[in-house]
Design a protein around this ligand. Structure first.
Ligand SMILES: *[C@@H]1O[C@H](CO)[C@@H](O)[C@H](O)[C@H]1NC(C)=O
Ligand SMILES: *[C@@H]1O[C@H](CO)[C@@H](O)[C@H](O)[C@H]1NC(C)=O
Ligand SMILES: *[C@@H]1O[C@H](CO)[C@@H](O)[C@H](O)[C@H]1NC(C)=O
Ligand SMILES: *[C@@H]1O[C@H](CO)[C@@H](O)[C@H](O)[C@H]1NC(C)=O
Length: 498
């Protein structure tokens, strides 16, 4: 091996770059339907004072038009922001209780915003009291119909749920019961229904009888219903155990989209959803792992691909977008100032696999293996382009709520670079998890492996390669000749030499 530079082998998942990883169905960043004036929002955190974590909630009207936002900063003392009202983050007039686990309740009325923490009111903000004339017009009245719990600026929020809602009998409430567990407060006789299903739940178990306040949960999967009472499971009912065939045909599968409390239900007073985990960005080291996107949108239908990119602190870098206009256009946030025609138009097939490759200096987009864009950050007239996108920066991605083209995505992994090496045999480096090593290895120009390519794995000084020999070949079926997952560079100091 006439190789002089040294590399460090760390992580162990990789493939030849073309076709290997399974597709994942895309989950776009979604607006959560939420009538905030009717239903207070609860958020659960375990962030500590002084951590600088934030809760940030964005508010939208029913047309998804942005209204405003509310933030709470875990500074010391803690601060809050009501956008357009407080002009900056301001100390909470009452500081929250000391417990680490906190439940925050955000209540909006037509005239005020109230925040409590573990049942202590920490601020009660009257819109009319603001010195900012924009405050009341933005916040007054009842417009909030959708929210987003921000995970990029506001890393504090772990879970959210609605406050208790008063039961109105015989009113259908949208409820995806297979996705969201229902909690009910107090005694029990309940009908669950969509238009066709009305199953009367069984009588309660004995475990609750001695307690006055009862919280029941109803969790439904495609195959069973589980009921708990004050955290005790009182029923786990498998539909297939029923002697009545209708049990499986009516209740089996992902069917319940609405519920209503029956008119004969004299017990249920309040209900709410169980905690829902706040959706995080998708961890994605874009400089090490190319992003493949599958679409069946057609040119001229104006669908969008839009992927937001974030750095290791989840700070927003910019987005990459494509629109299926009659001449397809692209947009790179902070770089292109408007939609721009793709220099090469994609092939005509309806089923398209797009691949977004990012190096330290460029974004390259291919469609069904045809390169349609090779965008050098340095060519942008916008100076933010290089400062934001340059280098090894992208660590997270998120499909934007406007993305209506992406059906699936998966990894297409970059395998080696040739930095510091002059021969024909490229080095393998694996998408490293150890940051200090990455800084050293991930420079230079990236290339992808293709069938026939031989790659040599070398370890850093004082490390030994275990699990196979140092040469692996990319096969015609795009699999490596050696299972790279089995290879490891182990520090000599950690070898057992006996
Ligand atoms: C190549 O990889 C694919 C996908 O992981 C797998 O189904 C197939 O069995 C592999 N072929 C060989 C020869 O290992
Ligand atoms: C929302 O859209 C509807 C029609 O789609 C329109 O009539 C209404 O004015 C819009 N509301 C707001 C607040 O923009
Ligand atoms: C939030 O608090 C942290 C820690 O005190 C502070 O560094 C940061 O600047 C604050 N952020 C805002 C937006 O006030
Ligand atoms: C996809 O989203 C874009 C942007 O919101 C919109 O202009 C377009 O009409 C949508 N396409 C379809 C088919 O709904």
């Amino acid at each position: 091996m006439h190789i002089t530079s040294v590399y460090f082998l760390t992580v162990a998942a990789l493939w030849c770059p073309a076709i290997s990883a399974e597709w994942t169905a895309v989950q776009r960043k979604v607006y959560i339907p939420w009538d905030l004036e009717a239903t207070p929002l609860q958020i659960k955190t375990d962030s500590t004072l002084g951590s600088g974590d934030r809760i940030v909630v964005w508010m939208y009207d029913k047309n998804s038009t942005y209204i405003s936002s509310v933030g709470v900063n875990f500074s010391s003392p803690m601060k809050y922001l009501i956008q357009y009202c407080t002009n900056s983050y301001t100390d909470l007039p009452v500081q929250p209780p000391v417990e680490v686990d906190k439940i925050w309740t955000f209540t909006k009325t037509e005239t005020a915003f109230i925040i409590t923490c573990n049942d202590v009111e920490v601020v009660n903000y009257l819109f009319a009291d603001s010195s900012n004339s924009g405050c009341f017009p933005k916040w007054g009245g009842s417009d909030v119909e959708q929210i987003q719990v921000d995970t990029n600026w506001g890393k504090a929020s772990d879970f959210y749920r609605a406050e208790w809602t008063v039961v109105q009998k015989s009113v259908n409430v949208p409820w995806d019961l297979e996705g969201t567990t229902l909690q009910i407060k107090t005694d029990f006789t309940l009908g669950i229904s969509n238009d066709r299903i009305r199953a009367t739940a069984p009588t309660a178990g004995q475990t609750c009888r001695t307690e006055v306040d009862k919280i029941w949960t109803i969790t439904k999967s495609e195959t069973n219903i589980i009921i708990t009472c004050n955290n005790v499971e009182v029923l786990n009912y498998l539909f297939t155990d029923s002697s009545d065939d209708r049990c499986v045909t009516k209740l089996g599968g992902d069917v319940v989209e609405e519920i209503s409390f029956g008119s004969s239900d004299t017990a249920s007073h309040l209900y709410r959803a169980e905690w829902t985990a706040v959706e995080r960005n998708i961890p994605w080291d874009l400089e090490a792992t190319r992003l493949q996107i599958k679409t069946d949108s057609t040119v001229g239908n104006f669908d969008w691909i839009m992927v937001n990119m974030y750095d290791k602190d989840s700070s927003y870098i910019g987005n990459v977008a494509l629109t299926f206009s009659s001449t397809m256009k692209y947009y790179i946030g902070s770089c292109t100032n408007s939609w721009t025609d793709l220099p090469v138009q994609p092939p005509v097939e309806v089923e398209k696999i797009w691949m977004i490759t990012k190096t330290e200096t460029a974004i390259i987009i291919t469609c069904n293996n045809v390169e349609v864009l090779n965008y050098l950050f340095a060519d942008s007239s916008n100076s933010k382009c290089v400062t934001r996108w340059g280098g090894d920066v992208v660590e997270e991605i998120q499909f934007h709520s406007w993305d209506n083209a992406t059906d699936f995505y998966r990894a297409g992994i970059l395998l080696y670079n040739q930095m510091g090496y002059d021969g024909a045999i490229p080095h393998l480096i694996l998408s490293a998890t150890v940051r200090s090593d990455r800084a050293r290895t991930q420079t230079g120009s990236w290339e992808a492996a293709e069938p026939g390519k031989i790659i040599t794995i070398i370890c850093n000084r004082k490390h030994v390669l275990l699990g196979g020999d140092g040469e692996i070949t990319c096969n015609n079926d795009y699999n490596w000749s050696t299972n790279v997952k089995d290879l490891e560079c182990k520090p000599i100091s950690k070898l057992d030499l006996r």
